[in-house]
Design a protein around this ligand. Structure first.
Ligand SMILES: [Zn+2]
Length: 264
């Protein structure tokens, strides 16, 4: 074979390889530069007894964000919250942050965001710490949003309980079956059941408490949505221990809730 022909063949082969690589790169590039499908802001309780839960939530949310293609930003107080700040986000997650000691601007912006359905909301555990705490008055609007309840007490030494799914047809409850188990929760009680004012998605069977506990409220909803507001919203009571992120019922509920609430 003449030397000339050999080198031309080599050049052609190299050209083919370069073209293949270039093509592969164009396939990868859009995925890397893709805009997030939606943007989430989470207000995370700083320090305190719920730090391990919040830390575990951050790790889990990072994986979720990558898998489901959304972005997530964190705040640890309400200083930044106003209309403009919230307008960047399709979902607001209240990661164990209580509904008191918010700035007046933050309260007004949040109320507007929920009432006008500018984005969705998922609140956990401490989000129903409604009453007078740490010298702050109760936020009446927030109490109404949560079904007109006031926090009463909790089970400080924890109990494992069976949670019954009441609306298996709701998108947030997909794949949860008819009931699931939650280990070692604090199980808050309120002055009354929010049921008359909200759509209950799941409730805990107080008779299932192991060990049995005397702190009860009878009808005891633990997951609900308030359909009187334009924003897709969901309250999930469970949220004390980081081990919840090893409970597939809890992570399924959280995952479903994100995808449902982020789309108005
Ligand atoms: Zn707690």
């Amino acid at each position: 074979m003449p030397r000339q022909q050999h080198s031309w063949r080599l050049i052609f082969r190299r050209f083919l390889i370069v073209m293949c690589l270039a093509f592969a790169w164009t396939r990868v590039l859009p995925a890397q530069n893709q805009l997030p499908k939606f943007r989430v802001v989470a207000i995370a309780e700083k320090g305190g007894i719920h730090k391990p839960f919040v830390d575990a939530a951050r790790v889990w949310l990072q994986q979720e964000a990558a898998a489901d293609g959304f972005s997530i930003d964190y705040i640890e107080d309400t200083q930044k919250i106003d209309d403009k700040f919230l307008s960047q986000y399709q979902l607001f997650i209240q990661l164990n942050y209580p509904p008191y000691a918010w700035t007046p601007t933050a309260m007004a912006a949040f109320e507007k965001y929920i009432e006008q359905g500018k984005g969705g909301w998922i609140g956990f555990h401490h989000a129903t710490l409604l009453g007078e705490f740490d010298g702050y008055p109760m936020w009446p609007w927030f109490s109404t949003f949560m079904g007109g309840i006031r926090f009463k007490t909790y089970i400080p030494d924890f109990a494992t309980g069976t949670v019954h799914v009441e609306d298996p047809g709701h998108p947030a409850m997909k794949g949860l079956g008819s009931s699931f188990q939650i280990e070692n929760e604090e199980w808050y009680t309120y002055d009354k059941s929010p049921r008359p004012n909200v759509h209950v998605l799941a409730s805990v069977d107080e008779k299932s408490y192991a060990p049995p506990r005397s702190i009860t409220m009878g009808d005891h909803p633990v997951v609900w949505t308030n359909e009187n507001y334009k924003a897709r919203n969901i309250y999930i009571f469970m949220g004390h221990h980081p081990e919840l992120f090893q409970n597939s019922a809890f992570t399924t509920l959280f995952h479903n809730s994100i995808l449902w609430a982020a789309h108005q």
